[in-house]
Design a protein around this ligand. Structure first.
Ligand SMILES: O=c1ccn([C@@H]2O[C@H](COP(=O)(O)O)[C@@H](O)[C@H]2O)c(=O)[nH]1
Length: 271
C-alpha cells in the first residue's frame, strides 16, 4: 500500500484527520519520567498508545531526537508504531532540501533507516532536490508551502508574475512535480485564507496542517478552508497541546482526552 492509500484508509477507518506530533522535550516531560533512563522512548510510546485510536498519523520531528543524540530512540519509536499500531502512517518531519546526490542520502535516512512512510521537504532548491525521494514509489512527501510561522511572510508572500510564491509552490506540487501522486503540501492553520487559496489550486492533494493547539490556529476556520469535497484531505497536526496536557501521573489519560477532544472538534467542523 502506498502512503497516500494508507492515509486515505486511515481517514476512513479512524474517522479522524488528527495527527499527533511527537516532539519529545525532556524539560517538559511528566514528573514520573523526569531523569529516568530511556525517558524519550517511554514518553513517545506512552503518547502513541494513549492517542493511536484517535489519529490518522503520527509526526515525529527529528530535531527533538537528534538534539539529544536520540536517533536510536527515533528508530525504535517508529518501529513500535508500525508493529503495534499497523496502518497508522508515520510522517518524519525533517524539512530536508539539498542537491540530488545528498538528497539520495536524506531519502535513505528517512525511508530505509527510520522506515518513515512520508517526509517533509523544502521546495527552495527545486524539483531535482525532491526527485530522489520519489524513487521510493510507495512513500510520500509533504512540501513546505505556506508555513505556520510569522516569518513565512518574508519569502512565501512575495509576488512573482502575478502570484504569491506559496501559490506557485502549490501549483507545481499539485501538477508537474507530482509525477506519481506522492506529494502533499504543508500549510499552516494560522493562515486560513491562504489555506483556502491552496485548496482551490490543489483540489485533491493531502495537506499537512500544523498550527492548531499551542500556536492558536482556529480548528473551525482551517477545516472549512482546507477540506476536500469529500470532507477529508487534511492531516491536522497538534503536538504540545496534546503531549504535554499533564505533567502528573495522569499524563497519558490527559493526552488521550486532549486528542479525542481535538479529533471531535475537527470532525464537527467537517460537517
Ligand atoms: O509550518 C510549519 C511546519 C512544521 N511545523 C512543525 O509542526 C509542529 C507543531 O507543533 P505544536 O506543538 O502543535 O505547535 C512542530 O513539530 C513544528 O516543527 C510547524 O509548526 N509549522
Amino acid at each position: 500500500m502506498t502512503f497516500t492509500e494508507m492515509l486515505a484508509a486511515r481517514w476512513q477507518s479512524a474517522n479522524s484527520l488528527l495527527c499527533v506530533g511527537l516532539d519529545p522535550n525532556p524539560a517538559r516531560f511528566p514528573l514520573p519520567l523526569q531523569g529516568k533512563p530511556g525517558a524519550i522512548y517511554d514518553f513517545c510510546k506512552g503518547i502513541v498508545d494513549a492517542t493511536a485510536h484517535a489519529v490518522c498519523a503520527f509526526k515525529p520531528q527529528i530535531a527533538y531526537f537528534a538534539s539529544c543524540g536520540a536517533e536510536r530512540e527515533l528508530e525504535d519509536v517508529i518501529a513500535y508504531i508500525h508493529e503495534n499500531h499497523p496502518g497508522i502512517p508515520v510522517i518524519l518531519d525533517a524539512k530536508r532540501g539539498d542537491i540530488g546526490s545528498t538528497a539520495e542520502h536524506y531519502a535513505r535516512e528517512a525511508f530505509e533507516r527510520y522506515k518513515a512512510d512520508c517526509v517533509t521537504l523544502s521546495p527552495y532548491m527545486g524539483f531535482d532536490t525532491i526527485e530522489p525521494y520519489l524513487a521510493y514509489r510507495d512513500k510520500g512527501a509533504f512540501i513546505l508551502c505556506r508555513t505556520s510561522n510569522k516569518g513565512g511572510d518574508d519569502l512565501q508572500m512575495l509576488k512573482i508574475d502575478g502570484e504569491r510564491l506559496y501559490e506557485r509552490v502549490a501549483r507545481l506540487v499539485s501538477s508537474d512535480w507530482n509525477t506519481n501522486g506522492q506529494l502533499g503540501l504543508v500549510v499552516g492553520a494560522t493562515y486560513p485564507l491562504e489555506l483556502a487559496s491552496v485548496r482551490s489550486i490543489a483540489p485533491d492533494v493531502p495537506l499537512l496542517v500544523p498550527g492548531i493547539g499551542a500556536q492558536g490556529g482556529s480548528i473551525n476556520d482551517c477545516v472549512k478552508a482546507g477540506r476536500t469535497e469529500r470532507g477529508d484531505g487534511m492531516v491536522i497536526n497538534s503536538g504540545r497541546a496534546i503531549i504535554y496536557a499533564s505533567k502528573g501521573e495522569d499524563w497519558q489519560e490527559k493526552a488521550k482526552i486532549a486528542a479525542e477532544e481535538t479529533r471531535d472538534a475537527i470532525n464537527s467542523a467537517r460537517l
